[in-house]
Write a protein that binds this ligand. Structure first.
Ligand SMILES: C[S@@+](CC[C@H](N)C(=O)[O-])C[C@H]1O[C@@H](n2cnc3c(N)ncnc32)[C@H](O)[C@@H]1O
Length: 265
């Protein structure tokens, strides 16, 4: 495959993008290769969404899962201001104390859903953990969650305190008839409603967001709806094809195709 150069990717993201919401889909590649591309290009995404399989239920089960997740976090050091890392709480607990010290825990977030089908005897899973990690003192945007009345008060200097969104996000799983129009067929697709508060809290319009295990491309769907720029990759060819169809955007194969997708030639 004829791949773009790091410099061209960097230039395209920094200088060439003419319109607002946008998604750049990379060819299928491993998470470490993807991070290396971004690192060498000098691109600094504001946020990385890191949503690996969770080592139980659907997806790959790895004996070295804890080391795997920690080594992804190590590879991401210096790349972005924020990282959102997903997992089941009982799995996250196993590596939590090994998270590199470069990261600060900003918040322990929970996605709560009631509609998980009961498949085993025992506790029926109804939550995912999302660790909000940051590197250094980073900006948050609780003002993005204000309603009109609160915005007016803020503009007049009359807002006595800045309310923030809750650390528990309640949204149904996309199964059966729930969220039919949003469903892509990816087995671990996150609802857009779950990603919205995370990206809104940490980015403003035209900021760069990056998802190196993008699955069905929910991060890209957010970018298109909310005027951010997403860089997306996944190891699986089938899922990259899914993302292309979901976002009506083709993957970049070469530097010229990338530049063309960005309206630079
Ligand atoms: C939980 S899913 C992500 C779902 C996604 N957040 C969404 O909303 O659709 C995890 C994804 O990680 C990808 N993946 C697994 N191992 C990978 C690796 N070593 N490098 C890159 N992607 C990988 C899988 O193909 C899968 O699509």
């Amino acid at each position: 495959m004829n791949q773009m150069t790091f410099t061209e990717l960097d230039e395209a993201v920094h200088n060439g993008r003419p319109q607002k919401g946008n998604a750049i889909i990379l060819p299928p590649m491993d998470v470490f290769e993807s991070i290396e591309w971004v690192r060498l290009s000098g691109i600094k995404p504001r946020v990385v969404m890191l949503d690996p399989w969770y080592n139980k239920g659907f997806g790959e089960i790895r004996d070295d899962y804890n080391d795997f997740v920690v080594s992804i976090l190590e590879a991401l050091i210096g790349i972005s201001d924020h990282v959102f890392l997903w997992g089941f709480p009982e799995i996250v607990a196993q590596y939590f104390n090994h998270i590199p010290t470069e990261y600060k825990l900003v918040a322990w977030l929970t996605w709560y859903y009631k509609n998980n089908p009961s498949v085993i005897r025992g506790w029926r899973s109804s939550q995912n953990t999302c660790l909000h990690l940051s590197q250094g003192d980073t900006k948050l945007y609780p003002e993005h969650f204000l309603n009109d009345a609160q915005k007016e008060k803020l503009s007049k200097g009359k807002l006595r305190y800045m309310p923030g969104p809750t650390s528990v996000i309640e949204a149904s799983l996309l199964v059966g008839f729930v969220g039919r129009s949003e469903q892509t067929g990816h087995p671990s697709q996150k609802p857009l409603k779950v990603y919205e508060p995370l990206f809104c809290m940490t980015t403003k319009e035209e900021d760069l967001i990056y998802d190196p295990m993008c699955g069905s491309g929910t991060t890209g769907a957010f970018a298109l709806e909310h005027n951010r720029i997403a860089i997306l990759s996944d190891i699986n060819e089938e899922y990259i094809a899914m993302v292309e169809s979901r976002l009506a955007e083709k993957r970049v194969h070469s530097s010229s195709a990338l530049l063309s997708a960005l309206g630079r030639n």
